[in-house]
Design a protein around this ligand. Structure first.
Ligand SMILES: N[C@@H](CCC(=O)N[C@@H](CS)C(=O)NCC(=O)O)C(=O)O
Length: 231
């Protein structure tokens, strides 16, 4: 069994993806907590983009949260968090791509938006994404259970969860609610909160409100906040 090290930050939803997966697999690992406002001088030698998470597993060094989780799934295949059917594996990758390219960026854009008009526009965009997930992502497959693939808990559930945990910040600063017609999504979120791996990696709603206050009032100076404003 190789030594596993995770460079992580409690505030970071991307790093939480990796932590949830490590807990789900019951793997022992050492966490190196990185203060993103005061990173160690040699951090760029560990993380090429100066970001968390980074995973060191034996001789392998992996970054990008979704790649880390797919890597861990390959190295430690049980319990399985990917189905064996190629069609379902492809579906999972399609929705992971949607999370990374559309959903998470809308989350930050809404939080960073400063004018009432921009905030209304991004609220609308986020509402659109939530309904898209509700109507096109969750319906057919989730009849058998609350997870994205029904009774099978997978990488896909892990990929989205951290932003729902941080919803307290969107609700508090931007009055963003989950639409009432998104009942499957609400059921999914409730089921996720019951999982021990989620509970082991969770922070309280107030923690996220405090951590994201500087995004909301536009005073955040971290590299990530600057990047989110540019793209
Ligand atoms: N695409 C990356 C995103 C990772 C990311 O943006 N991490 C943020 C924290 S949430 C970070 O480390 N930012 C560095 C900084 O702000 O200096 C992933 O999925 O791992």
């Amino acid at each position: 069994m190789p030594d596993i090290h995770l460079y992580s930050s409690a505030v970071c939803p991307f790093a939480q993806r990796a932590r949830i997966l490590l807990h789900e697999k019951g793997l022992d690992y050492q966490t190196h907590e990185i203060d993103l406002k005061n990173k160690p001088d040699d951090f760029l030698q560990i993380s090429p983009q100066g970001k968390v998470p980074v995973l060191i597993c034996g001789d392998d060094r992996i970054w990008e949260s979704t790649i880390i989780n797919e890597y861990l799934e390959e190295v430690f295949p049980t319990p399985a968090l990917m189905p064996s059917e190629p069609g379902l594996r492809a579906l999972i990758r399609i929705w992971i791509d949607f999370a990374n390219s559309r959903f998470t960026s809308a989350f930050y854009k809404l939080l960073l938006a400063q004018t009432p008009q921009d905030q209304a526009d991004w609220r609308e965009e986020m509402t659109h994404h939530l309904r898209f997930i509700e109507q096109r992502g969750l319906p057919e497959l989730s009849e058998a259970g609350p997870y994205w693939l029904g009774d099978r808990f997978t990488l896909l559930d892990i990929t989205y969860y951290p932003w729902f945990e941080r919803w307290s910040a969107l609700a508090h600063f931007r009055d963003m609610q989950i639409p009432e017609d998104c009942q499957r999504l609400t059921r999914w979120w409730e089921a996720m909160r019951e999982r021990p791996a989620i509970q082991a990696t969770s922070q309280a709603p107030e923690y996220h409100i405090e951590q994201y206050a500087r995004y909301a009032d536009n005073t955040a100076t971290t590299a990530s906040a600057q990047e989110m404003k540019r793209y």
